[in-house]
Design a binder for this molecule. Structure first.
Ligand code: CUA
Length: 314
């Protein structure tokens, strides 16, 4: 019988995390022995009534001092640099990733694919592809935890967080919420389906809803009235959204800011925090009027305009 001490290793980071963990555990165990074994030995040797040489010894202590200072220092530096390498590797997403949005709310995980597919408490992905998750919470702090991928990320309301992983083995893996988030926290669980690429394509087509995420965003853009100011001939002049995403935006303050997901999000929810140079702070906030899922759709729409030329205006 196999002892299930470790979950499956089903992502590229899993082996790295496990190796580090194994190193930390064995090192700690070794240090425990180093302290506890002599302690037990002296306990017996110098017990009361036992004849033993109890005259204080005169060995130069500086050699011991240097040894027990330098050796743990080196060991700690090994742990630090190894840990930092693994940390940076799992925190910085590679560029070729497919992007998936995750909205956490009491008590479910809502997933959006760029193709328009949506799922709840399930995430279907192809094996061998890097997946970048952008996570948001609709209410309280949740934590997206997939043990088989060695992936755990707190999802904090009011901001985006990102994580990435590259699944290496087809299969079904547990998804947990790892942050106490209310009465049904323990039921906020799901499954990650890692599929062969052609199975995944079939799954995408089967669940196709017509509109992809950017098209949903374009519809919202009109319904919410954004187009009134941000498109062509509106009476109020607002910054055009073409060629915006991924570019540097000059602000009224003279600073520049990169137009990324966070910037678009802040511009919708906190429109007066970063005013684009040459424009008046006229935009109303959409805080409370728009869900995290709708935000993701609008961002996808703005992203889809990134390669279009801005319209010429009089
Ligand atoms: Cu969400 Cu616990």
């Amino acid at each position: 019988m196999k002892l299930p001490l470790f979950p499956d290793q089903a992502s590229t980071s899993a082996a790295q995390v496990d190796a580090l963990y194994f190193f930390l555990t064995t090192t700690s165990f070794f240090i425990i022995l180093l302290v506890a074994l002599p302690m037990l030995y002296f306990l017996f040797k110098y017990r009361r009534g036992h004849p033993a040489n109890r005259t204080p010894s005169r060995i130069p202590t500086w050699k011991f001092e240097v040894t027990w200072t330098v050796a743990p220092l080196l060991l700690a530096m090994v742990m630090f640099s190894w840990g930092a390498r693994v940390y940076f590797n799992i925190e910085v997403p590679p560029h070729d990733a497919m992007e998936v949005n995750v909205v956490a709310k009491q008590w479910m995980w809502k997933i959006q694919h760029p193709e328009g597919n949506r799922e709840i408490n399930e995430l279907h992905i192809p094996v061998g592809r890097t997946v970048k998750l952008t996570l948001a919470s609709q209410d309280v702090i949740h934590s997206f935890f997939v043990p088989a991928f060695r992936l755990k990320q707190d999802v904090v309301p009011g901001r985006f967080v990102t994580e990435w992983f590259k699944p290496t083995k087809p299969g079904v893996y547990h998804l947990f919420c790892a942050e106490l988030c209310g009465a049904d926290h323990s039921k906020m669980i799901g499954s990650i389906y890692v599929m062969d690429p052609d199975q995944y394509q079939a799954w995408l087509l089967k669940g196709s809803v017509g509109d992809n995420l950017a098209q949903t965003g374009a519809r919202l853009f009109r319904e919410l009235g954004c187009s009134g100011c941000h498109v062509g001939n509106g009476t109020i002049r607002a910054p055009p959204l073409e060629a915006l995403y991924g570019h540097r935006v000059p602000l009224q303050t003279g600073e520049f800011v990169l137009a990324d997901d966070k910037y678009i999000r802040d511009s919708i929810l906190l429109p007066n925090s970063q005013i684009a140079a040459g424009y008046d702070p006229l935009m109303p906030t959409f805080q409370g009027h728009i869900s995290e899922e709708e935000l993701f759709a609008l961002i996808a729409y703005v992203k889809s305009l990134a390669n279009q030329a801005p319209p010429l205006r009089p």
